[in-house]
Structure formats: structure tokens, C-alpha cells
Design a protein. Structure first.
Length: 255
């Protein structure tokens, strides 16, 4: 008997041959009623979907990698403001999400996300989705994979970024958002500097503190702005701050 099982990669490759053009309007290659393979196949699992969630799916090859257009089936959503359940749709907006479930080629979810309107209070809000955390441009699976790799001592932010087709600054932002590493105690001789080697959501420069004697990194802050530094150092006990004898920095006005 012929083995009908296919691997995740083969599944994605098989549907990518259906269309090599982006979806346009209602011209979608297939929906969950006409998809050429079982709805509970590897393809849906690759995108954290169940067979009763996807209304439309289209896979095509773009100049920047593999794109998977997905629209979820409409379901009533709870208003984030008043708690009322509503199924009224205000409109749609395509949201591009990096989904590095396949590391051999860049992969993106073109998520046709609904904006809902509450029939009770009139507020609008986006429908929940199984792909990404609110405000994220990378999928939850990609975040998980990045954090797993960050736990390995030999890995670098650059290597992880190349593996998952994202920028080193995105890897750093994911790490900072999900990992809380206690800072080291302030040293006697403290060296501080700002660097644009990494960008964060709040600043083009990060603030680095180092022990001059041991060359150990004390902490790295996402901003070198005066208000952010004031807030940070105010949280450090006065006694500890007074034990710092020398602070070395460049002539940046904030320092």
C-alpha cells in the first residue's frame, strides 16, 4: 500500500506550486473546503491552526521568500473595552508576520486580520489570532525558537538572526522582552557608553555599563536618554551608588 504521509516541508512545497502570484481581491487559490489535502495536514499545524480555524489559505513564492496568505473563519469576538460579544466587521488589514518555522528559506504569514466594531460601545479592536503576540511582527513560534537558541551558550545574536531571517536587533528585543537577568552589583570603577550596534523599540542607542577592573558587563539598557537613566539609577540603593568611586564616560551631554 502506498504511503500517503508527507513531511511538513513537502506539504508546504506542494501548496506553493498552486500559485506563484500574490492573492488579489477574492482570487484565492483555495479555502478549507477545497484544499487539495486534508485539513488536519501538516500545513495547518505549521501555522498553529486547527482545521476549523482557516477560511482561506494561499501560498506563493515572493521575491523575499515564501508567503502564506491566511484569513481566519469569522467568529464572534469579545470587545476589549466593554466585554460585549460582537461579530460586526469594520474592515480588513493585511499584517505581515515573520514565521521562521522553515529555516531554509524566509517564510511570512500575510494575515488578513479583521478589525471588529463593538455593537454595544462602538469601539473597534482586532480579532485574536494564533500566530503572534499583540504588536509583534514575528510569530510566537519564531519567538520561542529564538529564545531556545539564546539559551545555548555558544550561540550569538547574529547567528540566530541569520537562522530565522530576522535582524540582530530583533533577536535582542525578543531576548530583552522575555528574559530578566539580574544586573551585577555596581563596581568601584564604572565605565559607561552608548552604542548603536543594536537598536531598540525606544532608542537608536543602547547604554552599556562595564566594570573597568574585570571588564565584565554590568548591564545593558535599551536607552541612553536622561529620563531613562535617571529612572534606572534611582532604583539602585543609595549605599550601592555611593560605593562607586570613579565613573568613566565620553563627553555625551547626558552623562
Amino acid at each position: 500500500m502506498k504511503d500517503n504521509h508527507i513531511s511538513p516541508i513537502e506539504a508546504v512545497e506542494s501548496i506553493s506550486r498552486i500559485s506563484d502570484q500574490p492573492p488579489s481581491g477574492e482570487n484565492i487559490s483555495f479555502d478549507t473546503a477545497t484544499t487539495p489535502f486534508s485539513v488536519d495536514s501538516f500545513v495547518l499545524k505549521l501555522f498553529n491552526l486547527h482545521d476549523d480555524q482557516a477560511e482561506r489559505i494561499n501560498v506563493y513564492s515572493g521575491t523575499d521568500g515564501l508567503h502564506v496568505y491566511i484569513r481566519l473563519k469569522p467568529v464572534p469576538c469579545r470587545c476589549s473595552a466593554c466585554g460585549n460579544m460582537t461579530d460586526k466587521v469594520k474592515g480588513y488589514k493585511t499584517r505581515k508576520i515573520t514565521h521562521s518555522v522553515i529555516t531554509t528559506t524566509p517564510c511570512f504569514i500575510d494575515y488578513d486580520q479583521r478589525r471588529m466594531r463593538c455593537t454595544e460601545c462602538g469601539r473597534t479592536f482586532v480579532e485574536p489570532n494564533p500566530f503572534a503576540f499583540p504588536g509583534e511582527k514575528v510569530s510566537a513560534v519564531t519567538v520561542y525558537n529564538v529564545l531556545q537558541d539564546c539559551s545555548r551558550p555558544h550561540e550569538t545574536f547574529k547567528a540566530i538572526a541569520e537562522r530565522y531571517h530576522i535582524s540582530p536587533s530583533t533577536v535582542l528585543r525578543i531576548f530583552d522582552s522575555h528574559v530578566n537577568i539580574p544586573r551585577r552589583k555596581l563596581p568601584r570603577y564604572l565605565v559607561v557608553d552608548g552604542t548603536d550596534a543594536f537598536h531598540t523599540a525606544v532608542s537608536d542607542y543602547v547604554f552599556v555599563m562595564m566594570d573597568y577592573e574585570t571588564m565584565d558587563i554590568i548591564d545593558v539598557l535599551p536607552s541612553r536618554k536622561k529620563a531613562d537613566l535617571d529612572a534606572y539609577f534611582q532604583k539602585i540603593p543609595l549605599k550601592e551608588r555611593e560605593e562607586v568611586q570613579i565613573v568613566s564616560s565620553d563627553m555625551w551631554n547626558t552623562y
